[in-house]
Write a protein that binds this ligand. Sequence first.
Ligand SMILES: *[C@@H]1O[C@H](CO)[C@@H](O)[C@H](O)[C@H]1NC(C)=O
Ligand SMILES: *[C@@H]1O[C@H](CO)[C@@H](O)[C@H](O)[C@H]1NC(C)=O
Length: 387
Amino acid sequence: MAALFLWIPLLVALRVRLGSTEAQQTTLYPLVGRIFVHTLDHATFFHPPEDTATLPSASITYHARLQGHPDLPRWLRYTQRSPSQPGFLYGTATPGDRGRQIIEVTAYNRDTFDTTQQTLVLLIQDPEGSRLPYQAEFLVRSHDVEEVLPSTPTSRFLMALGGLWEPGELQVLNITSALDCGGRVPLPIEGRKEGVYIKVGSASPFSTCLKMVASPDSQARCAQGQSPLLSCYDTLAPHFRIDWCNVSLVDKSVPAPEDEVSTLGDGILEYDPFFCPPTEATARDFLTDALVTLLVPLLVALLLTLILAYVMCCRREGRLKRDLATSDIQMVHHSTIHGNTEELRQMADTREVPRPLSTLPMFNVRTGERLPPRVDSAQVPLILDQH
Ligand SMILES: *[C@@H]1O[C@H](CO)[C@@H](O)[C@H](O)[C@H]1NC(C)=O
Ligand SMILES: *[C@@H]1O[C@H](CO)[C@@H](O)[C@H](O)[C@H]1NC(C)=O
């Protein structure tokens, strides 16, 4: 009976799996060097009318992977706080990721055992418009990563940050959970959050206020546990609690020459203008090499076998030859000894007296009983009469 109940959900799951094979396809356009966020919404995966009533409480989990691979590409991350909340795919593509990537997302409905699949076609392109050489990374302590991924909090963050920066268009370049950068999971106390790093880029230079925050003076104060020098009004303050000790500014407006200089050493050759890389190797015929390698030892082995066979079979000195080489008198002598020994052996076989005591064990091994020799063995004649 219990087995039957175990089978029912399995069969339901199987039917659903077979039933929903048609996959939706969506095309998205991430930009190299800009944050890309895609929300995995419950409604886009399970939209039939009968599902709508149960949607708010539905618990759905997702599994996303690069097509043909077990996991996501390196630049893309997946996060979901709990099965009742939406999941997010987010990350910043690098120049090496340019092109087409196909992500397969499978959604599992934990209540109905329903599964659906969606295919996301990512066409990763270079961003248009001006470069954003001025980049700053902020550690926002008041938020978890899922809370800043939707577009509303992000744009609110940029608006608030605009009050600190020179006027100009600000763009989010990268969002990373502090947990991915060595942060710790906070204690389960109200208001404690994991924290999130937000990297913002702009075409206009940093304000003096930001420069001052990141100055060595401020860093020195931070190292002593004091608050850094914030010369302007913290426009982010009510909503976003920024760790002003962890602001890092990167100015890429002057191309850094040291990026190009690679240190000579392992694997890096000195620059040689006359170096001419080897052309493609010509095809070589290894047949003769192989034959020589195999045949020479084979021939030597065969030769040795033949010599050994000749020595063993054709040059054998048999018994006959030995007997012929021995003098006659020696042969007679030898055969007489031989014959006498045989005769003595036969005589010993036929006598019917007990074995000499000297050849018996002194005591019985099993009972431990000692058998004193009846006769002194020295007086027993070697050849006994029968009576
Ligand atoms: C985004 O930030 C994470 C964490 O700091 C880093 O590993 C990753 O390389 C960054 N992505 C880009 C494109 O800079
Ligand atoms: C914040 O900055 C301080 C000082 O630079 C550093 O010691 C600390 O590790 C940083 N914290 C995080 C979470 O990065």
